[in-house]
Design a protein around this ligand. Sequence first.
Ligand code: PMV
Length: 326
Amino acid sequence: MKASAKAPANIAFIKYWGKADETLRLPLNDSLSMNLTGAHTITTVEFDPALIEDSVDIIGGEFSEHEKARVIKGLTRIRERAGSELRARVVTKNTFPKGAGSAASASGFAALTMAGFAALGTVLSEKEQTIFARLGSGSACRSIPDGFAVWEKGTDSQSSYAYSLHPADYWDIRDILVIVDKRMKKVSTTDGMERVTTSPKLAARLNAVPRRMAVIREALEKKDFALFGSVTEEDCLDMHAVMQSQVPPLRYWSPVTQRIMAHVVRLRAEGIPVYFTIDAGPNVHIICVGNDEPRVAESVMKLPGIEEIIYNKPARGAHIVSTHLF
Ligand code: PMV
């Protein structure tokens, strides 16, 4: 009745911003991401007939009442699918700052889904697991499959799922995650996305994403890093243009974020193939090939205002682990 799972955070190169269905978390567009070795969640779930209510704890941090309620909703979906009424104890641990735009909810709901079903002995296909993870947090579906994952937007709950396009060892690219602010972001992705239709730039982005998905698939297929990086940066800037033109505007970048972006552009002008991408927060993901990681990291480290650097390679997806947190 007890199981633990480890799930990676993921970084989207073609990003998800905006929902077609709020409750089902159906996205407005397809997205593509890579799982990260340096940022993950471990979660232990135990269903116990002696419990009268669910309990949810995070080691080294604190969940808000709202976050606890979201986890309990996830448990309820798992119980309904598995045909159980048992209450559970959930303990979770992150290796990176929660809420700082580094996809803690993605790894969190991927780990909860996998550990929850395993604890009840219910075997689900990978596709179905991605659907349950998506219902907790959209981008969580991409943390279930290995390596480089595509999330098809679909038209209903069953057709909106993620799958692995390439395994983790397919391509040695790196994500140097530069943390500039560990605090919780002010506007959550759920709240921010609700206003997406107020952006006059949304239609143009939705129109551009199918082409970008085709380009990034081709870039991955050919291992063409310049093509890969440029379409990644293009989509990042476009998503932030949508965010910044929403009403009210969402500005996630800090002055340090912008300094790092400028630094990446400078390195590129000096001949190093390196690109950035940024989620709903001020932290910057710097993408380069394996051989260039030391020199890129060395130059970035010297910039003022950096709190922490997390080094990532492509990671495998969520999986069961034998060590429990309690
Ligand atoms: O699934 P959420 O609510 O964590 O939203 C993720 C949104 C972005 O990180 C900004 C983009 C993405 O595709 O991961």
